[in-house]
Design a protein around this ligand. Sequence first.
Ligand code: PLP
Length: 512
Amino acid sequence: MLRGLFRVSGRGAAFRARPSSAKLHLAVGAVCQESAFKYPPTSVPAMPSCNFTPEEYMGMSKERMMEIRRQNCNPMTMKITYYKKPLFIHQGYMQWLWDVDGRRYLDLFAGVATVSVGHCHPKVTAAIEQQLKRLWHTTNIYVYPPLHEYCEKLASYLPDPLKVIYLTNSGSEANDLAMLMARLHTGNYDILTLRGSYHGGSPQTMGLASNAAYKYPIANGLGCTNTMCPDVFRGPWGGRHCRDSPVQTIRECSCSQGHCMANEKYIGQLKETFATSVPNRIAAFFGEPIQGVGGAVQYPKNYLKEAYKLVRERGGLCIADEVQTGFGRTGSHFWGFQGHGVIPDIITMAKGIGNGFPLGAIVTTQEIAASFGKGVHFNTFGGNPVACAVASSVLDAIQEDGTQKNSLDVGTYLLTELAKLRDKYEIIGDVRGKGLQIGVEMVKDKVSREPLSQDAVNGIFEDIKDMGVLIGKGGICGQIFRIQPPMCITKEDADFFLAIFNKSLYNYMERR
Ligand SMILES: Cc1ncc(COP(=O)(O)O)c(C=O)c1O
């Protein structure tokens, strides 16, 4: 029984915690607090109610789908089927998914951080239906209202001078275009990224990805260089005040107010990369405001501001990849870059922009667009009328539903409660993020911060699914749970997940 027991196994020790507010200063600087978590690990509340009735599933059998998957689908779909017992999804409504057997799940991963306002959101569905009856497709060689209505609307969400929009079909395509634009505009070639980042699966963006799992053994990444990720939990430096999150790391910190040693050290690493690994003039720096696939990794508060300055001194453009952080997900701001007090030269977006409809965009300045305008750029589907109608209704839904505020409120609540679980369980090393972009890093123990084994992570992950909640995984070792739900989830949903997560951790501790 682990309730009330705080186990510290860094050197194999296990002991009872002191009263609830007691702080434990561990040998290498971890500071923990015994849990004030409200659910006994054995209790699992009922799933919050939902007044939507899905259609009865009458389609193909599960066995037949798996046979087709093996024989006719991209083999990667077999490799990455997320669960040991796969999930056969039939229908969705807002934060809920139903499988083919009619079982309901709370979706806290949103088809990889993509369903922004809710599955089959009525407003977005109505907008698609209306546009489908009017005009499915034409291209931007003609002038049609949905494209212009959307570009004007999206531009109104962006600060000057970011007002010129290119529409694409995916995030990879948007990032490809941003790489090309940066190179043409600056006349330089080299592009910098942070380790652990992911910017797409195209041959060009594969060079930006600093995560071996997404690399193929072909010549890639010509002109792409990565630098140390300023990860204040896993990296060599980090403390208790570094990041812009309601939850800080458990590492100790002796910085005086207004000073961040970790930031200085990581900026020092960036300067070393400039001095050793790239030419004096570069084309761009790509950064996610909070890493997505990397596992909600956050940088010290002023890192991006200082990095942008160094990049611009070398002639480079600063590119914010908002594919996961955009459209209000971080709660405090509409765009992730705003939380860092910077204005990029190019912003790329996808995923949440269309609530799951295939669409991407890049936004830049008139000046950069003019450099790119010297050649002809054409994209058959970019700016498709249906896609524009969808994206426009997504922006309206975000406004009408108060989605950004909900991200802030429910996200902050979830983060704060998850931090209590971190303090209770030795295997939760870090809880971080902002709004509904949350990461929970699983470790062998808090002292070593070594990643928890994949078997253990997968076991907990499967258990959470079996109890009715879907979350994601990320990080270079797959050791980070990701919570990036449709932004319509409620506090009641958050409580349900917290109880399930608590139970799955308890089950794991009992099993091991
Ligand atoms: C931050 C980021 N950028 C770009 C991409 C690529 O987007 P897409 O899969 O739409 O090509 C992803 C996808 O996960 C992403 O997370």
